[in-house]
Design a protein around this ligand. Sequence first.
Ligand SMILES: NC(=O)c1ccc[n+]([C@@H]2O[C@H](COP(=O)([O-])OP(=O)(O)OC[C@H]3O[C@@H](n4cnc5c(N)ncnc54)[C@H](OP(=O)(O)O)[C@@H]3O)[C@@H](O)[C@H]2O)c1
Length: 276
Amino acid sequence: MKNILITGANGMLGQDLVSCLKEKSYNIIETDIHNMDITDEASVITFLSETSPDVVIHTAAYTTVDKAEEDKDKAFLINGKGSENLAKATAKLDIPIFAISTDYVFDGTKTIPYLPTDKTSPQTVYGESKLAGEVAIQKYNPKHYIARTSWLYGHKGKNFVETMIDLSKKMPELKVVNDQKGCPTWTVDLSKTIINILEKGMPYGIYHTCGAGQTTWYDFTLKIFELMKITTPVKACSSEEFTCPAKRPAYSVMNNGGLLRNWEEALIDYINLRSN
Ligand SMILES: NC(=O)c1ccc[n+]([C@@H]2O[C@H](COP(=O)([O-])OP(=O)(O)OC[C@H]3O[C@@H](n4cnc5c(N)ncnc54)[C@H](OP(=O)(O)O)[C@@H]3O)[C@@H](O)[C@H]2O)c1
């Protein structure tokens, strides 16, 4: 494994993944919508044939969860058809594909952490479209990894951690939802895990690649503010007080099987590296 093609290389995860791979001296073929639109089947097969990577890491996606509710066709085109195009092209060229998916494929009604083998039942258009991508990848390329992640944050993208820090400077007090549980995941930890799975030659299949442990958005905010020494008051509230177009899962905790460290340890490193 020397030449690695990344889709969504300009995205939040994509940029950190490129940096982590470069540190390990891999040859990276960076793609985004400008040089390989994953929804264009012909362009995908041509680009992959010309570049012949040893593996494709697929991070590109339609990621605006609320907008997807009224933009269903586009969400399915990118997350479903785009993933199908990549799965077919990689299979044709006998290249393994490593695709990133989401906790939103589950319905959030469990009370113990979701396992990769648990039944999927997405409750949102985004979740349905990502599941369509998973299904296509499994159908068309037997050499696949699907890594479901959640509550992603990184230095190079819009994310919850940065939003809360920004809001703390503008608002006298913040209200944050305390009845949704999940696993925050730093893009650097996820990138290292992707590389680890590939380098170890772990079996093809579905993995849960989120930070270990669990928290609520409210407790996550308290931890961010404690580490940042932010004193803006934070009040807990319920999901009912924050209506969003896309329903948020109450319980999004996944069992990562020891693949990533605890979310709090990762957050400390993220905050320490952050320029204030
Ligand atoms: N963020 C989260 O909390 C979260 C949680 C669970 C799972 N995930 C999954 O993790 C992965 C990475 O997420 P992220 O937050 O890093 O996403 P992101 O920052 O939104 O990056 C996605 C990238 O995909 C590109 N893209 C969109 N349509 C494309 C197309 N037709 N062809 C090629 N590239 C296209 C985007 O380009 P443009 O910007 O030009 O559109 C963007 O650079 C995604 O698969 C996402 O579903 C994310």
